[in-house]
Design a protein around this ligand. Sequence first.
Ligand code: SF4
Length: 284
Amino acid sequence: MISSVEEPPFTTGLTWYAGTLPDHISPSAAKTYLGCSLKFYFERVACIRKKTPSALHLGKAVHAALQAFHLARWRGTDDSAETIAAAYEKAFSDLERDEGPVNFKNDGHREEVRLDGLRVVAAYLDSPEAMKDKPRAVEVLLKEDIAGLSVPLTGAMDLVEGNYVPVDFKSAAAKPDKAHAAFDHEIQLVSYQLLMEAATGESPPSLDLVFLVKTKKPQVIRVSSPPADAHRKRRVTALLETAVEGIASNRFHPQPGMHCSWCQFRNECMAWLPGQLLPERKTA
Ligand code: SF4
């Protein structure tokens, strides 16, 4: 059957929170939207709360510890391993209190996750990747108008090295394939370049990811990509704008794939039908 204009196949009706154009777009929002627009809707429009996955909780605590280290390097204050470990412990507890609950299986599992994070932080501080010089900037929040984008682009860079290289840190369970990792994070990396060029007029010599791998013996692996040329910038800008247009048009629908294996919204997704409304905010 051909759908009528009044009832197009991909108009969900699940949109009473999201009637307006987003006032900005970030690479993470665009990536989530382009990966599965219905998951984006559940997470960021309906704001259905779920327990924080333990791996995400660990990643956030490790991120806070690295931020403390880089800020100490920037300020010239105490960046000892003990101080940074204390920053990790504090973040691990504070995040659980403020953003939890976390889906730990039990107390033993919580302890395992906590120790995994401590080992990863120690491995970074011991590695050649640990910042030796003063960074140019730490936790940089930028919002810039970009040609081809109908709303401003926003982004938060973990670290900008002295030569304008933006660095993003990723916690990972397994060693990344370098080519795949750069491709997978293309929207984020190129967005950072667009933001930096718009904000400073400087072009970064490379776009870097540093993976903190939670193997038994943690590994720290840097993946450097060349800066984007005009083609890559146009491609990423078009992807970002596709997300903006989709969100503004309330296009939210299931996009099943391998990513469904780790999606927390499978029950809501199975219940989805065009025109169906969701329950109000809830915690699962
Ligand atoms: S289960 Fe799959 S299709 Fe459904 S919302 Fe999650 S990612 Fe999207």
